[in-house]
Design a protein around this ligand. Sequence first.
Ligand code: ADP
Length: 417
Amino acid sequence: MDGMGARGNIIVIGATNRPNAIDPALRRPGRFDREIEIGVPDKMGRYEILQIHTRTMPLASDVDLHRLSEICHGYTGADMSSLCREAAMKALRRYLPEINLEEERVPSNLLEKMEVKVDDFMAAYREITPTAMREVYIEVPSVNWADVGGLTQVKQELQEAVEWPLKKPEVFKRVGIKPPKGILLFGPPGCGKTMLARAVATEGEANFISIKGPELFSKWVGESEKAIREVFRKGRTAAPSIIFFDELDSVVPRRGMGFGDSGVSERVISQLLTEMDGIESLNNVVVIAATNRPDIIDPAILRPGRFDRLIYVPAPDNTTRAQILKIHMKNMPLARDVDVDQITSMTAGYSGADLEAVCREAGLVALRRDIESKNVSLEDFRDGLDKVKSSITPDMENWYQGFHKRFKKERAPVPIT
Ligand code: ADP
């Protein structure tokens, strides 16, 4: 390549899916000096690929390519092509009984009525694991707002801070503000922080990359910074995406807290800060983190431009607890004497996770009472409440509220400079 005159009319194009495994000498200026990353296609890209692959297919009128392209997060071009092929195969299989294999030709009236229906696509869709998701972290969560009980205000805040910027970035540009880069959910354990992050990813039609804090150190021993780099790289290629750090306190503990090897946490903190600072260019990537211990997080992480939006996810109040109970009771055959409001009033201090456990216990008690049991009674719920104790004390709530007050001077959206 060095021998090719600069004005020669030969261009060498190389392709790889492992750029970092290439000898760096090849990536120097004068050799392969232009690198173009071709990521996973976005919704529009998927729609166009679908159009190409279905061009010659007899589609039934119920097939909506826009809708299909929306649900195929993380599909590559090759995945879209096999989706179409598999759907066509499924359609053919439906007509197989009508085809006489002995005959040389398929009758033209049968050929004319053959069509590929949306059900064929959905059956194929369920069988294909998209390439981008075979790697560990990327997932398409299936939690919706309706699965999260109560917490109306928190949902609203998340919609504004995450869903709008992902779905309508142009409105932020129009009013001249930048959406927050990072959002920190904090509050007592088991109150729905993880669920909320998943729900906002589903509702914002984004891919979800989730990392549990302690895992970052145990799974990638000695390589935690590399793991952080990798997570952000994946976030960019799978955009629109949400990167979710659960238990952020263990990723970025206040420096000098003396957790294990402080050298490692120093390096991890600075890697995370570098990635967050570089997020400007990360269109369509939002970072969300959750913690029960906001007080031990390194303050550098909470500065403007990093996790600059703190959202308090409080212990559930009466209304929220009632809704959580209803969600978890939805599939339970309840006896006539079960009154949600009455049970709600007995559950002050119970977190969402506690309430879920109460319902599970009540179901088990009913079964223990009678293995053929057809319904779960109030008495069973009382037994469930005896077994599962509340995990949130008034002291804990006060502590979180106090912390929230101190941070309440919530930073207004930053004007674009
Ligand atoms: P956190 O991340 O705050 O510790 P999670 O989101 O993991 O809590 O919640 C744990 C479990 O508790 C969930 O899987 C869910 O079953 C239940 N839960 C918590 N909050 C709610 C809620 N608001 N609505 C419905 N279920 C909830």
